[in-house]
Design a protein around this ligand. Structure first.
Ligand code: ADP
Ligand code: MG
Length: 234
């Protein structure tokens, strides 16, 4: 790996207490290590409940580890207040979830413009960038449709455009194809790989889809709170 890491997690620990009288605690991540190079694509697999979504929240600075550190584009989340984090996230991180989380009252185009406008882009720049992205994912004709008028696959493509809008260094995806039929999932996968190459964006993809995982540069499995090489990859 020659490129500088764009994302690093070091000695990450996260446990949850159940809040009940027993005071029992569940350790989800145990001194987890992860280094992702600029432009690298990494798949994370793991059984349900192994901590994959917890890990993505920590990587995105949406949750805090009990100990350890996450560094994105050279800066640690530790010591950044919520508004500094929101700005850093807006600039460096895109997120895609299993369900698109698009805003229902806005069109596809407007959903993509929003992070650009929040990041300080002019309305005309936001408009042209959103149009460009919609064109790249084959949805130019759907720009003015609201999410409800789009199919599941189309919504996910819009969500991917939104995640890429600010040309982030890293896109974190939590089961992006988990809600799609196999053919639509396969089309989205090809699109994701093409976008990653075109934009030199690093992708960290949590997925149950072994076909998608196998197409990433590297495959890791979350087991007992740590990331290990995924055996199923061979
Ligand atoms: N906020 C929380 N409070 C308590 N337990 C949680 C919380 N978030 C996640 N967990 C628990 O941590 C474990 C890992 O959850 P999660 O990261 O969602 O797993 P995965 O995404 O791999 O399915 C699960 O047992 C889950 O119940
Ligand atoms: Mg999850």
């Amino acid at each position: 790996m020659t490129a500088d890491p764009i994302l690093q997690a070091h000695q990450l620990c996260r446990s949850f207490t159940d809040g009940g009288d027993s005071g029992s605690s569940l350790t989800v991540l145990k001194q987890l290590e992860l280094t992702v190079a600029a432009g690298e694509t990494v798949a994370i697999v793991g059984v349900s409940g192994s901590g994959k979504s917890t890990l993505l929240s920590l990587l995105a600075g949406l949750d805090d580890a009990d100990s350890g550190e996450v560094v994105v584009a050279g800066r640690s989340w530790a010591g950044q207040d919520s508004s500094a984090r929101a700005q850093w996230r807006n600039r460096h991180i895109g997120m895609v979830y299993q369900f698109h989380h698009l805003l229902a009252e806005f069109t596809a185009q407007e959903n993509i413009e929003l992070p650009l406008l929040i990041g300080g882009a002019s309305p005309s720049l936001a408009r042209s960038r959103a149009s460009e992205l919609l064109g790249q994912v084959g949805l130019a004709a759907r720009a003015c449709h609201r999410p409800l008028a789009l199919s599941g696959g189309e919504r996910q493509r819009v969500a991917v455009c939104r995640a890429l809008a600010n040309r982030p260094s890293v896109v974190l995806m939590d089961e992006p194809t988990g809600n799609l039929d196999p053919a639509t999932a396969a089309a989205l996968e090809s699109l994701l790989l093409a976008l990653s190459r075109d934009h030199n964006t690093a992708f960290v993809i949590v997925t149950h889809d072994h076909q998608l995982a196998a197409r990433m540069d590297r495959q890791l499995e979350l087991v007992d709170g740590q990331l290990v090489a995924w055996q199923g990859a061979r």
